[in-house]
Design a protein around this ligand. Structure first.
Ligand code: GUN
Ligand code: FE
Length: 429
């Protein structure tokens, strides 16, 4: 398949690369999975790829072909909790989230939400997410089976929470770990699926459960680890009471062997410099969730300190704490949060950098750099067709754009799900 369209992709260092008249060539690899074979300007590549008599050219005039978005942290069971009013994180969990998640012991209920959730991801141009399920194995089976049927690269895991959680969502220390291992064996590496060991957060797991989670993380090094850290000051005080021996909230996870490559922690707002150095040394990644942080008034992610420490990060919606499935809304909020946190230092996150954080940068943070989140040769062909002129205002703004930054920023500020004309998942044989 040959596409002729405007084309957005990223260099290894994160620089956005743009061809206003681009060519993207897609072909199945030896296993039958569609991957990018060539990407660049039509002028430079068409003789080699598009001139053959049998070449099938899909011409998309006026459209932009870009990598599918990668959402580093989301809760599929909270699709219906999005927008629930509450006074911050802990009341929101108690009054809305836990009662709702209790319903996911029922496989058919979970199936219904999983299908809606995946439809919503695709409508918004998100082709991969790292998602929490609930503490019920059935909730994992539901999302994995639904993603498998659609051929999506999806990462998910059963939530571990054996204390400070109500009946209906609380699991048992040992059984939760046994179920986790069973689910790893059932789903990890099957087609494009990946498993994530998912302790909810330190307050809702006993030390025994976290120790067991760390043992599984060591036994299965290519499985993901997924949790929350340093989101909210009340939560941090609670962790200090529960784990007085730990130097910091993040240090709880380090002590139990839960920091390593492919470990992803949502929020990372209230880290200190020692925590940040530990993030980098262990190659642990942060999932930045700005619409959630604004909704729950949790705080602002510190981009300057993150970059100074040099740890990996990317963007996430954190639905249902987050306010939108749309990567455009998340990138817009990340921009605002960056300004709010750093206005004295004059920081403005660059449009290409915001977009990278939700595509190639997120993929890199997940340990999937060069696999998803980009349209460079070798990448799996998950992509979006963007219509940069879907409203009169956007048509004007994008037509007036003189630079790539102006074009991308117009979409970040004005964009939503309507920008996504089509989401294309790499086909497998
Ligand atoms: N911390 C523990 N559980 C949750 C959750 O479901 N959402 C958010 N935003 N933070 C959490
Ligand atoms: Fe979350």
């Amino acid at each position: 398949k040959i596409y002729r369209s405007a084309l957005l992709r990223f260099a290894d260092d994160g620089t956005p690369l743009y061809d206003s008249d681009g060519l993207l060539a897609i072909a199945p690899d030896a296993q039958g999975q569609e991957r990018v074979v060539a990407a660049g300007s039509w002028q430079a590549l068409h003789a080699e790829y598009a001139a053959q008599a049998n070449a099938h050219i899909l011409h998309l005039p006026g459209k932009l072909l870009a990598p599918g978005f990668v959402d580093m942290h989301i809760h599929y069971p909270q699709t219906d909790v999005l927008g629930a009013p509450a006074d911050g994180l802990l009341p929101w969990l108690e009054h809305y989230t836990f009662p709702h998640e209790a319903r996911f012991h029922d496989r058919s209920y979970a199936d219904g939400v999983a299908e809606f959730f995946l439809d919503e991801l695709l409508r918004n141009g998100v082709t991969t997410s790292l998602t929490f399920a609930t503490s019920h194995s059935a909730s994992v089976d539901a999302i994995m089976a639904a993603a498998q049927a659609r051929g999506m690269r999806m990462l998910a895991g059963k939530v571990l929470q054996d204390r400070h959680s109500p009946d209906g969502v609380r699991d048992h220390t040992e059984q939760g770990l046994i179920d986790t291992e069973t689910l790893i064996q059932r789903w990890h590496g099957v087609d494009r699926l990946g498993y994530a060991i998912t302790p909810r957060f330190a307050p809702t797991s006993t030390p025994e459960q976290l120790r067991g989670a760390g043992a599984l993380a060591a036994k299965y090094p290519d499985v993901w680890v997924h949790s929350h850290v340093s989101e909210n000051l009340d939560e941090i005080r609670w962790v200090r009471e529960l784990y007085p021996e730990a130097r910091s909230y993040l240090d709880v996870y380090q002590r139990f062997g839960l920091m390593r490559e492919r470990a992803v922690y949502a929020h990372c707002i209230w880290l200190d410099d020692i925590d940040r150095a530990l993030m980098r040394e262990t190659q642990t990644a942060a999932a930045i969730s700005p619409t959630s942080n604004l909704f729950l008034s949790s705080g602002y992610f510190d981009y300057l300190k993150a970059d100074a420490a040099g740890f990996r990060y990317g963007l996430a919606s954190d639905v249902g704490g987050g306010m939108s499935f749309s990567p455009f809304r998340t990138m817009q909020a990340a921009y605002v949060v960056g300004r709010e946190q750093h206005s004295k230092q004059g920081l403005s996150l660059k449009p290409g950098h915001l977009w990278w954080q939700h595509t190639a940068g997120a993929a890199k943070a997940l340990g999937l750099g060069g696999v998803i989140g980009n349209l460079q040769p070798g990448c799996e062909a998950d992509m979006v067709v963007i219509n940069p002129a879907y409203t009169p205002l956007l048509a004007r703004k994008t037509a007036q754009a003189q630079t790539l930054d102006e074009l991308l920023f117009a979409m970040i500020v004005l964009g939503d799900d309507r920008l996504i004309e089509q989401t294309i998942i790499s086909q497998a044989k």
